[in-house]
Design a protein around this ligand. Structure first.
Ligand code: HEM
Length: 219
């Protein structure tokens, strides 16, 4: 019965061809260091899944943001767990993406023909940091408020356009409801959309070029 269903779908969707084109490849000869890219991908998906659950109760307004987080922590069933995973997952993702980049650098895997994979990777690192920066403000507590005040102030040190960047990030001269809604939409929509697109391109290139061999003493 399952085989019949699969054959029916395969005939219409070309599932077998899709499998052969994407997954049916020889197992890469790597070691534990080669698992960090997949670990980054797993953490990204985990952040997406826990973030969707948090969205059910979180309210992105200065009047309700803090209380909605308290509600998630104290009243919602397993809310503390979901928020805890999202909170520590964010820290872990930055760490894992960074170590993945170090491994790629140390094994010189950024060289021909993987230059574009590396350049897209730089975008992924910046976007991951952006996710952390925008997410930090959302609890709207004292620490979040002042950390973002300092963070957006630092952006003001960019020559010529610094002031513009600060006020574009804040939506005015000071942190306000506008800042919170800007950071919220960047955190749940703009940055994840860009990250998803770049991860897709990153993985396409990895499938195209295969995993690089670790350099040995003759290299
Ligand atoms: C969200 C962040 C990222 C995800 C999900 C991701 C995902 C992956 C995956 C699944 C692989 C194949 C397995 C592996 O080699 O570990 C990989 C390889 C690679 N990544 Fe990333 N990556 C990310 C960030 C980065 C960054 C920050 C850089 C560098 C700036 C980078 C550069 C590369 C390169 C050059 C390869 C090819 C390595 C090789 O062939 O040996 N990636 N990435």
């Amino acid at each position: 019965m399952w085989k019949k269903l699969f054959d029916w779908l395969d005939e219409r969707l070309g599932l077998n061809d899709l499998y052969k084109a994407t997954l049916d490849r020889p197992e890469p000869k790597g070691n534990w260091w080669n698992t960090l890219g997949s670990a980054s991908l797993f953490l990204f998906l985990l952040q997406g899944a826990t973030g969707i659950f948090l969205m059910v109760y979180y309210t992105p307004s200065p009047d309700h943001a803090y209380d909605s987080i308290q509600y998630i922590m104290n009243e919602v069933a397993f809310g503390w767990l979901i928020r805890g995973i999202h909170h520590w997952g964010a820290t872990l993702m930055v760490l894992v993406v960074f170590i993945h980049m170090l491994r790629v650098f140390i094994t010189a895997s950024y060289k021909y023909p993987r230059e574009l994979t590396w350049i897209i990777g730089v975008g992924l690192l910046l976007l991951t940091l952006g996710m952390g920066f925008t997410g930090y403000l959302l609890p709207w507590n004292q620490r979040a408020f002042w950390a973002t005040t300092v963070g957006t102030e630092i952006a003001g040190a960019v020559p010529f356009i610094g002031e513009f960047i600060t006020s574009a990030l804040r939506g005015g001269s000071d942190l306000s409801a506008l800042t919170l809604s800007r950071f919220f939409s960047a955190h749940i929509w703009m940055l994840p959309a860009l990250l998803s697109g770049l991860i897709g391109a990153h993985i396409y290139l990895i499938m195209r070029h295969g995993e690089s061999a670790f350099p040995d003493k003759d290299d």
